[in-house]
Design a protein around this ligand. Structure first.
Ligand code: GTP
Ligand code: MN
Ligand code: MN
Length: 619
């Protein structure tokens, strides 16, 4: 008997034990699967192959179970909507742990618990946690299977929704497994359970999960455990857990960087290609910039990635970027035909899973900002009737679309290259109403790292607590660094210090969110950000003018191309103004932030802060 009947067949074969013959010769994987099955006690084990037929069988089952709603095949082919438990809608940062051997290796930005203590806790939680459910084994690779050193993982999960979503977000299945066998490769074991075992005869719910949630990383073992949540960032373990938290630790040990960045390709009117990566905190515009429709004449933008970038100094001394993911897991609200038509076109091709959006009466989806006017009637994300008068959001503010990346028309062909692309510029950005100019060029590489290390963003109404509070978010990696924040910054400095200094990218700080005195945005943003990208490239080419300020170089009023925009050079000057009073407050904030690092703050960065203070004092 094969150990891998189709999922629907497995549903019928109740007496199929957990010891069925597994379709691999990879000893370490077999042992781990066996061990997990013994611990979690699933009704059956299923090895995911990644085929179309398998996906069809799985999604059919999910529709029957009520987890997925099939959308209108004419408008959203092969697409589904899922509605989570209202208490399981986002990443749970307070329940996310980095369990390094030593507490100081997790650093002050992470939650930590002693690994032995955490393992004991997890063993208790996972014991019997898959009773009555199927245990799916998903071999996956982050990045290219043909990479020099492919980064394998295997997620074990008891959620078919996770299987269907992982299939979009990563390269999974039989091809990956064969390659793992061929190389007898190391893989990151990533164990996920929704934490909702079913007793004999007990009926399931549409979105099983547990009140108690734990997202745990053991950086020395390179292992991941996720319990109690089905939400993407907590449950699709290839993404934030592997490609950022565990990968950042691998990167530290192996000499590369795992970053919360988009990558885009820019082509100038002279047909010269440039690659730009950009790190902004969550919900601060990465997906929007990656899929930008340029308004500036003669410039073309293509996409390589919208959330995670792996950076390596290549043999030629250039910093090369790859996107380890295969899909988009984008914030739905605010994604619309007027702000992000490229994302909308990708979504409209189908093959997508939407989570916590609203349903239209004709079997489509809707969220705030998709169209200028809301439909007259919807079913909101909680399943209630909704009209524009309801006074509540129809879609959850953190509702998401999950779509294959190759459905993006503007996907750059280099996305498919395992060697990646050479980066010309790195942007750091956040959401700041005041203080931070539209764009500032760092005076040198280490000043750029300083900019990244002090990156900040205002909390939004969507998050608990006061609105508009400045939170420091180094390189937009605050929730994703798998080790000590000071060591992370030191790694940036030492790694780049050993690289070819002539080929280091330029670093720029951007802020699309600065306000004018009357409260409006100082800069139109979205497609017009292409005008800032043009200035960035022209600076690197030595063609654009700039003014030197204590924090770096900002554009002169007429160095930003405003053709076709209802803006004047004076408006640009206001958008890039460096206000000494605002910066006095900012420097105090940076002082406070740096004090929290203690001894682990690299001295190169405290030196940069001292220089900055001197420049303001002399100004
Ligand atoms: P994650 O996927 O969670 O990491 O977030 P992200 O960085 O991809 O954020 P996304 O692109 O989804 O942007 C989310 C929010 O930023 C939406 O509310 C957008 O409307 C807003 N936004 C994006 N770009 C701009 C811009 O240029 N100007 C302004 N004013 N708002 C923007
Ligand atoms: Mn993100
Ligand atoms: Mn995004």
């Amino acid at each position: 008997e094969s150990g891998n009947a189709a999922p629907s067949q497995l549903q019928d074969s109740k007496n199929q034990g957990t010891s069925s013959e597994a379709p691999t010769t990879h000893r370490a994987l077999l042992d781990w699967v066996q061990e997990v099955a013994e611990l979690t006690q699933p009704a059956r084990v299923y090895w995911v192959t990644g085929t179309e037929e398998e996906n069809k069988a799985l999604t059919d089952e999910l529709v029957e179970a009520g987890t997925l709603t099939r959308l209108n095949p004419e408008t959203f082919p092969n697409s589904f909507a899922a509605f989570s438990d209202p208490k399981d809608v986002a990443r749970v940062e307070e329940q996310t742990f980095i369990c390094s051997e030593k507490k100081e290796d997790a650093g002050f930005t992470n939650n930590w618990m002693d690994p032995a203590q955490m393992h004991a806790k997890l063993d208790g939680l996972f014991a019997g946690s898959m009773r009555g459910r199927t245990m799916y084994v998903i071999p996956f690779v982050m990045g290219h299977l043909e990479a020099e050193d492919p980064k394998f993982g295997v997620e074990i999960t008891d959620s078919a929704y996770v299987v269907a979503s992982m299939r979009i977000m990563a390269r999974i299945g039989t091809d990956v497994l064969r390659k793992m066998e061929e190389l007898d490769a190391f893989f990151v074991p990533a164990l996920h359970s929704v934490g909702a075992p079913l007793a004999e005869g007990e009926a399931d719910v549409a979105w099983p999960c547990n009140e108690e949630k734990w997202i745990v990383h053991f950086p020395e073992d390179r292992s991941i455990y996720s319990y109690g949540s089905g939400y993407g960032g907590n449950a699709l373990l290839g993404k934030k857990c592997y490609a950022l938290r565990i990968a950042s630790v691998m990167a530290r040990d192996e000499g590369w960087l795992a970053e919360h960045m988009l990558i885009l390709k820019l082509t100038s009117p002279e047909k010269k290609d440039y690659y730009v990566s950009a790190a902004f905190p969550s919900a601060c515009g990465k997906t929007n910039l990656a899929l930008l429709d340029p308004t500036v004449e003669g410039w073309k933008v293509e996409t390589l990635g919208d959330d995670i970038t792996w950076l390596r100094f290549g043999h030629d001394g250039e910093l090369r970027a790859t996107n380890p993911e295969a899909g988009l897991f984008g914030v739905a609200p605010g994604t619309g035909w007027s702000t992000n038509p490229n994302a909308m076109r990708a979504i409209a091709k189908g093959n997508s899973i939407f989570t916590n959006v609203a349903l239209t009466d004709d079997g489509g989806v809707w969220w705030e900002g998709m169209t200028d006017e809301a439909p007259a009637h919807l079913t909101d994300w909680r399943g209630n009737d909704w009209t524009p008068e309801s006074g509540t959001p129809a879609a959850h503010p953190n509702s998401r679309f999950c779509t294959p990346i190759d459905q993006i028309d503007m996907l750059a062909e280099e996305y498919y290259s395992p060697d990646g692309v050479p980066v010309s510029a790195i942007l750091f950005g956040g959401r700041r109403k005041t203080t931070v100019p539209l764009v500032t060029q760092a005076r040198d590489w280490t000043s750029g790292i300083f900019m990244g290390s002090t990156l900040s963003s205002e909390t939004t109404a969507a998050a608990a607590g006061a609105v508009g509070v400045v939170r420091r978010d180094p390189m937009a990696m605050l929730p994703f660094m798998g080790y000590d924040a000071g060591d992370y910054l030191k790694h940036w400095i030492t790694l780049s210090g050993a690289a070819n200094q002539d080929k280091l990218p330029g670093i720029f700080l951007v802020n699309w969110f600065r306000r004018t005195a009357d409260g409006g945005f100082a800069w139109p943003g979205f497609g017009d950000n292409s005008r800032v990208l043009k200035w960035v490239i022209e600076r690197l080419e030595g063609k654009a003018d700039a003014v030197e300020t204590p924090i770096g170089f900002v554009p002169t009023g007429d160095s930003i191309d405003l053709k076709g925009l209802d803006m004047t050079p004076a408006d640009v000057e206001a958008a890039v103004r460096v206000d000494p009073a605002e910066w006095e407050t900012e420097l105090a904030g940076i002082d406070e932030w740096y004090a929290r690092f203690g001894a682990s703050l690299p001295e190169e960065l405290s030196a940069k802060l001292a220089e900055l203070k001197e420049r303001f004092a002399a100004a």
